[in-house]
Design a protein around this ligand. Structure first.
Ligand SMILES: [Fe+2]
Length: 157
């Protein structure tokens, strides 16, 4: 049984792979559009679920000061990434503007994922018991299923 952090790591890796794919497809418009749709779906859902089953709980448990500041900084980064996604949704995927904004998204979302793994994961392991992280993992899976997202096995083929 995977816990919440293992599920989040798997999502991050999936998005990292999609970013790589997008960086290597410069040509075909339909390919880029399709890839962006996959990235958009994966990232938007990932953020929505994290904001439901993780961040409020982290805010509650974290101590005022350094820990709380880190949680809030991560949430702010997350908002920046979702703002970029919303902007990209309105731009033609073959245009130069798209390429520039997409680079910004790769940096923002990539940095955010790295920081979550480096800072938030150890903090969550400290603040939540292993059982709690498994229950949160179940909530994560339930929310994903409800949204009709492909199961983890399918996304990692
Ligand atoms: Fe994340």
């Amino acid at each position: 049984m995977l816990d919440l952090l293992e599920l989040i790591k798997a999502d991050h890796d999936k998005v990292r792979a999609l970013f790589k794919q997008m960086e290597s497809t410069s040509g075909a418009a339909s390919g880029r559009r399709d890839l962006f749709r996959q990235i958009d779906d994966a990232l938007s859902l990932h953020e929505k679920i994290e904001e439901a089953v993780l961040y409020p709980q982290l805010e509650q448990r974290s101590q005022k000061g350094r820990q709380r500041d880190e949680v809030l900084a991560l949430l702010k980064e997350q908002t920046e990434a979702s703002d970029l996604i919303k902007e990209l949704e309105g731009i033609e995927p073959t245009s130069p503007t798209f390429a520039t904004k997409f680079e910004a998204l790769i940096t923002a979302a990539g940095t955010h994922a790295d920081e979550e793994e480096r800072k938030m994961f150890p903090m969550a392991r400290e603040l939540f018991k292993p059982d709690e992280l498994r229950v949160m993992g179940e909530q994560y899976i339930v929310m994903k299923d409800k949204a009709g997202a492909p199961a983890l096995q399918e996304t990692h083929r």
